[in-house]
Design a protein around this ligand. Structure first.
Ligand code: GLU
Length: 296
């Protein structure tokens, strides 16, 4: 029997949802529901300096207001620290990872790709980063649902990469891979800004003895200057007083041919109509597209 589809939406609580993050939520939700699957929400609260008090709660209220009801309990990555620590300890003890004292400036001087110089230096743990060792000829290939075939030679294009930062915080790549495995995620639908993280996550999943999920990277919404909508570009928060309007705009942007008849409907009916029409083929093949006016 094929395994059951389990999808997820994994926001970072660095601010409320904006149009760009609503697109990732809607696309991952529809792809899961159209396959009769589960849709989980994971709060990626692993970087306290970047987080905004109350943002996690705001995001959950915004999802609810848009009818984006998740399954199971929300997983908070801040509660998963012992699991990430156990992985890092295990890999250090098996020489699959090592401590590294090099600064960003050092890495820039190497041409941006870490050359492995701390591999055999027996650097102290305290105050230093931990890198995972990427063996030669680590070539990662995957077929993206929206962007087609992707291929990266991880050792020469990325190099050994950080899994725990020098300040002791765990890297996004490690936490995401560990939790996609922990939650049994079969499909990862998210923005194309994360496309180049995917080979690293597939590699980490392999080290954890797991198969990679299916990945699909939708285009990201950009402002007139071509920048991805984000807190840094002052993207507007989604106004949850008019969720139906927001959903219809998100669906139109994603290329889902929702009927004009749904124009006066509530979020639940709009999502159900969209679920029936959803196919990854609706979404224009592109890495980015302009956000509708008023959102950027
Ligand atoms: N937390 C990440 C973000 O908000 C997304 C992670 C993911 O979907 O893998 O950009």
């Amino acid at each position: 029997m094929p395994e059951r589809y389990i999808g997820r939406f994994a926001p970072s609580p660095t601010g409320p949802l904006h149009f760009g993050s609503l697109l990732a939520a809607v696309a991952s939700y529809l792809d899961a529901r159209a396959s009769g699957g589960l849709w989980l929400v994971r709060m990626e609260d692993i970087d306290p300096p970047r987080e905004v008090a109350g943002a996690a709660d705001t995001i959950l209220r915004q999802l609810e207001a848009h009818g984006l009801q998740w399954d199971r309990q929300v997983l908070f990555q801040s509660e998963r620290q012992p699991a990430y620590a156990a992985i890092v300890d295990d890999w250090l003890s098996r020489d699959m990872a090592y401590c590294c004292a090099c600064s960003r400036k050092d890495v820039r001087a190497m041409g941006g790709i870490y050359d492995g110089r701390c591999r055999h230096r027996h650097i102290a743990r305290e105050g230093n980063a931990v890198r995972v060792w990427v063996p030669p000829n680590t070539s990662i290939r995957f077929d993206d649902l929206f962007q087609g075939r992707q291929w990266q030679v991880l050792d020469s294009e990325v190099g050994d990469f950080i899994i725990r930062r020098r300040d002791g915080l765990f890297a996004y790549q490690l936490a995401a891979a560990a939790d996609d495995l922990h939650q049994g995620i079969t499909h990862v639908i998210r923005g194309s800004d994360l496309l180049d993280s995917t080979p690293r996550q597939i590699f980490l999943l392999r080290l954890l003895g797991a198969n990679a999920p299916v990945y699909g990277h939708i285009p990201v919404a950009v402002n007139p200057g071509g920048q991805k909508l984000s807190k840094q570009t002052l993207a507007l928060s989604i106004d949850h007083r008019d969720p139906a309007r927001n959903l219809l705009q998100a669906l139109a942007w994603l290329g889902v041919p929702v009927e004009p008849a749904l124009a006066g409907a509530g979020p639940g009916d709009i999502l159900e109509g969209a679920r029936q029409l959803w196919s990854p083929r609706c979404v224009p093949v592109s890495l980015s597209r302009p956000a509708p006016s008023g959102w950027a």
